[in-house]
Design a protein around this ligand. Structure first.
Ligand code: DWN
Ligand code: ZN
Length: 409
């Protein structure tokens, strides 16, 4: 990679290298275990020009997102979170049957279903044919496509413009990000709003969430770097707030620059915070790799001690984060017997690279491992509550970041 994907700058400073890894959601089936897995460098650099952190290499999106393992509705907290967001936007915008809401990366309809139930017109856009099938079966009109500026023009030529465009956990995933944002600017109606949720680089660094670095996540945004990207493509960020989802994200609203809407105080305040923290300065990231190495060493000791005591350990959540964590640790079935996950697509498959079997959550009670390491730590509360019977029988939950620890209380 020679230049920044956002501003084309050439001064790229290394932040972290996790070596060569298989794509986090490329879960092999039993019959594929003898096949060679594709591996790509997993390296993050910072552009000193526009301050955007990004991968040096990312597999072609076709390879990552067409047959996709992630079904948003399989995580109840995601559905609940989406419902709350829809209610917030409905209160703000008073949308009705003549308004169109578009979600880019609409997955299985986990968010649009709430607008549809409120009588608002919806259109999903998502490249994952296998996941879109679920959305369409649930009555959510969805285009199987990657969102691009030419798709935006096509939709506009069909007379479609959006009162709201949602993009949750996709702004980080699109290598040609300028074209993507330009497309949003084109499909928004004149008084439309772009509502985005994307993981926040401040949380990644401060909470050592290195396992959220994987090939699907090409970018790691600050407010500063998002604003540079949006301004270049005709959008102005008018409101922003930090939210807890997925380890800590930004929820921001943007409108076409030509509307010259007054920028809210929230934007100025967060930019001030980022300046005071030095988030747009390479030195903010200079000890991250060292801290990650320290965490990996701590995790190896923590898990090794429990295994040496004869404790059997399983995992919870065949999350992309789990693939990164396990491959970075270099541990497999000698330490983690199996991983449970409620997603039918994932069951019967294996964690890439380390080949740990993925099974249904019933295995917790039938196999009764002593410890369960939660890879989907962003949903730990919901998982621990759900698996109360396992704890009642003496099962122990473990969390890996920002420090390895036993869940008590
Ligand atoms: O950006 C992305 C985020 C939104 O989701 C995608 N690129 C990939 C994916 O990342 P992830 O796989 O790390 O996300 P999650 O949401 O932490 O994965 C949770 C996994 O755990 C899912 O496979 C579902 C599973 N799960 C479960 O089996 N029972 C989750 C919950 C809450 C449960 O109760
Ligand atoms: Zn740049």
């Amino acid at each position: 990679m020679q230049a920044c994907r956002s501003c084309s700058g050439h001064d790229l400073q290394e932040v972290l290298s996790l070596g060569e890894m298989p794509p986090a959601n490329a879960l092999p089936t039993a019959s594929q275990l003898d096949d060679e897995e594709a591996r790509y460098p997993l390296e993050v650099v910072m552009c000193t020009g526009c301050t955007l952190l990004q991968l040096t290499e990312s597999p072609p999106p076709d390879e990552l997102f067409v047959d996709y393992a992630y079904f948003s509705s399989r995580s109840t907290p995601m559905v609940d979170h989406a419902r709350a967001l829809v209610n917030e936007v409905m209160d703000e915008r008073r949308l009705g049957p003549n308004d169109l809401v578009i979600e880019v990366a609409s997955n299985d309809g986990y968010l649009l279903r709430h607008y549809r139930d409120l009588g608002v017109k919806v259109l999903g856009i998502d490249p994952a044919e296998n996941v879109v099938e679920v959305a369409v079966a649930a009555g959510i009109p969805t285009r199987v496509a990657f969102f691009t500026s030419s798709l935006a023009d096509e939709l506009r030529s069909e007379g479609l413009t959006a009162s709201v465009v949602h993009a949750n956990n996709v702004l980080a995933h699109v290598p040609d990000i300028n074209d993507f944002v330009a497309g949003v600017a084109r499909i928004l109606s004149d008084d439309g709003v772009f509502v985005v949720e994307t993981p926040y680089v401040r949380d990644l660094i401060e909470k050592l969430e290195f396992d959220t670095i994987y090939h699907e996540h090409v970018f790691y945004y600050s407010l500063h770097s998002v604003m540079e990207l949006f301004a270049r493509n005709g959008l102005s960020v008018v409101d922003v707030k930090r939210i807890g989802i997925h380890g800590g994200s930004l929820r921001l609203r943007a409108t076409p620059i030509k509307r010259a809407i007054k920028v809210g105080n929230s934007v100025a305040m967060m930019l001030r915070q980022e300046k005071d923290l030095g988030i747009d300065d390479p030195s903010f990231y200079s000890d991250f790799a060292h801290r990650v190495d320290g965490l990996l060493d701590e995790l190896r000791v923590f898990l090794g001690e429990r295994r040496d005591q004869g404790r059997r350990i399983a995992g919870y959540g065949a999350a992309a984060k789990g693939t990164v964590l396990l491959n970075a640790l270099g541990i497999g079935t000698e330490t983690i017997e199996f991983v449970v996950d409620e997603t039918p697509y994932k069951q019967g498959r294996f964690i890439p690279g380390v080949r740990i079997p993925i099974v249904g959550p019933g295995a917790l009670l039938t196999q009764m491992p002593d410890d369960v390491l939660i890879f989907a730590w962003n949903f730990a509360d919901a998982i621990i509550e759900k698996e109360a019977a396992y704890r009642a029988r003496g099962g122990v939950f473990l969390l890996p970041v920002p420090t390895p620890r036993v869940v008590t209380g």
